[in-house]
Design a protein around this ligand. Structure first.
Ligand code: ATP
Ligand code: MG
Length: 538
């Protein structure tokens, strides 16, 4: 990608694509929840984002002001996001299912100046508005008249705005996107990125996702999370690929319909969704023609080996697991075509990324042994701070490494294997047990639909392994099943990893990005306060 000193993400994803001859190419094929579709060319994307930049400028927004999208996946969300960046304002995204508390936390912490939302969300904002003195404007996509001086109609504003906007020269270190983390381990942190991050997103979209301008690409992630912006907006459009965006939620029939009909070539999804597909009837996949689909990728949580075996059996292809964080802004470690997939491993570092396993005292850990998963800083998409929390930010860097907070080991051939969050790894009878490994073993038992594994204090063992499981419909817990569980985990993982206690629950608590909330299980077990639950799934 030739940058020529203009790093502006909004510019590179739209105007620059037009300059490269892609004006009339479809940038976004929008498919609504009801499966109606609308195409937007790069020229249209450029116009709409220019208009939105003009809208914000007209309202008095300046570079550095924070503007959030609080919308379900819909075209206006993409226009607002890139338009905000064109103005050099900071674009934050909020997951559309957030409740008042979650909104208040993020809008308050960041001192956001504006937000774009839809009518049915106005009530939520209304109830917290008096606690948000910095929030000047609320722009609403589905009202046709301004409601007051500061609750404004998107359509009216856009109709009055010009198609032309000159993006000011933007340097690599100009602040760009603000994301709050998923809150799996505690209170969500505001992660600040810069425009230069597009270099990493572009490079990894090409080198890992193997995207080119000829691809029809679909990323199922919500734009509220880093994957939804890095790989659901920036990376693919910086390459000029066509992105399909679907406004509906998980629906296996619709999903396979889209994959087939749109001839999706590269698909990026997440373990929760893939685990749900695995439970569907195999006929669904058998009658689907996926011959256009070159690659499937996954991110966000460890990809259980069982899911890869299922994909090999049922879809006749691999799924490539990728690892990164809100903080890293782009894929750091990944499986990809051309490297043999080892089910259960996250793969190898992306080109130019130096990853290492480091002990708590800062010394390197030998291959095969577990330690802190660290990355050498210096990649362009590295976050520049945690908003209002520079101290915690600084603590993440020691001895020339960024400490991810995850635990892993590297095998002798350079593959990285995820063990858990540093706080989640279970220390039992002098051994470290990975909750993920036990969960993966549990998932191989046909009766078990979901599982979450934690360590709980134990006098004898220091910590014991406690498993929460949810069973498939029409399966019942029985002493036989319990025996089966114990035998299977002890065979697959180790006798030490065998759960000491098993609880059957209806659902495993997850956060809104689909990650298992082990700290909630732990609090439930210990009868303590579970802490910040703003990102918890309903
Ligand atoms: P918080 O930081 O608020 O606790 P979070 O870490 O879940 O939330 P994200 O930045 O969205 O917030 O998620 C990054 C984390 O997700 C990684 O640190 C890792 O624990 C997990 N993760 C992401 N991809 C993978 C993967 N391929 N395999 C294993 N874990 C993964
Ligand atoms: Mg994290």
């Amino acid at each position: 990608m030739i940058i020529n000193g203009q790093f502006n993400i909004g510019h590179i994803c739209t105007r620059k694509q037009c300059e490269l001859g892609r004006s009339e190419k479809v940038a976004m094929r929008w498919i609504s929840q009801h499966m109606e579709q609308t195409d937007y060319t790069f020229a249209e994307l450029d116009r709409q984002t220019n208009r939105f930049a003009n809208v914000l400028a007209h309202l008095g927004f300046a570079p550095g002001d924070i503007f959030f999208t609080f919308l379900p996946k819909m075209p206006e969300q993409f226009f607002a996001f890139l338009g905000t960046l064109k103005l050099q304002a900071i674009a934050g995204t909020l997951f559309s299912n957030f409740g008042e508390e979650a909104l208040l936390d993020r809008l308050g912490d960041s001192k956001a100046k504006g937000i774009i939302t839809k009518k049915s969300f106005l009530k939520k904002i209304g109830r917290i508005r008096d606690q948000l003195p910095n929030l000047r404007y609320v722009i609403v996509v589905d009202i046709d008249q301004h409601q007051s001086d500061d609750i404004l109609s998107y359509d009216r504003l856009m109709a009055e705005a010009s198609d032309h906007f000159t993006v000011a020269s933007t340097s690599a270190d100009t602040p760009s996107v603000l994301h709050y983390t998923s809150g799996s381990t505690g209170k969500p942190k505001g992660v600040q990125h810069v425009h230069g991050s597009i270099l990493s997103q572009n490079m990894t979209a090409r080198e890992i996702l193997q995207l080119s301008e000829d691809d029809v690409y679909w990323c199922t992630a919500d734009q509220g999370w880093v994957t939804g912006t890095s790989y659901g907006i920036i990376g693919p459009w910086s390459i000029g690929a066509t992105q399909v965006h679907f406004g509906g939620g998980y629906n296996a029939e619709h999903w396979f319909d889209i994959l087939q009909r749109e001839k999706i070539t590269v698909w990026y999804s997440a373990p929760t969704a893939l685990r749900m597909l695995l439970k569907e009837e195999p006929e669904l996949f058998a009658r689907c023609d996926l011959s256009s689909l070159r690659h499937i990728f996954s991110v966000g949580e460890p990809l259980n080996p069982e899911v890869i075996h299922w994909a090999r059996r049922t879809l006749n292809r691999d799924i490539y697991d990728t690892w990164f964080q809100t903080e890293t802004g782009a894929i750091m470690i990944a499986n990809r075509p051309g490297i043999e997939v080892r089910p259960g491993s996250m793969g190898k570092p992306a080109p130019g990324i130096e990853a290492a396993i480091i002990a708590d005292d800062g010394s390197p850990v030998p291959d095969g042994e577990q330690g802190n998963l660290c990355v050498r800083p210096g990649w362009p998409s590295m976050f520049v701070t945690y908003l209002n929390n520079d101290e915690v930010y600084r603590q993440k860097f020691r001895g020339g490494y960024y400490y991810s907070g995850d635990t892993a080991y590297r095998d002798t051939e350079g593959y990285f294997w995820f063990m858990g969050r540093s706080d989640d790894v279970i220390n039992t009878a002098g051994h470290l047990v990975s909750p993920f490994e036990v969960e993966s073993a549990l998932l191989e038992i046909p009766e078990i639909a979901e599982s979450g594994v934690i360590g709980a204090p134990d006098e004898l063992l220091f910590e014991k392994v406690v498993a929460y499981i949810a069973l498939h419909d029409n399966c019942e817990y029985s002493p036989q099943l319990e025996l089966k569980i114990r035998l299977h985990v002890s065979n697959k993982a180790s006798t030490i990893a065998t759960p000491q206690e098993i609880f059957v629950v209806d659902k495993i608590p997850k956060n809104k990005s689909g990650k298992i909330m082990r700290r909630v299980l732990k609090a439930r077990y210990l009868g303590t306060d579970a802490g910040d639950l703003s990102t918890m799934e309903e």
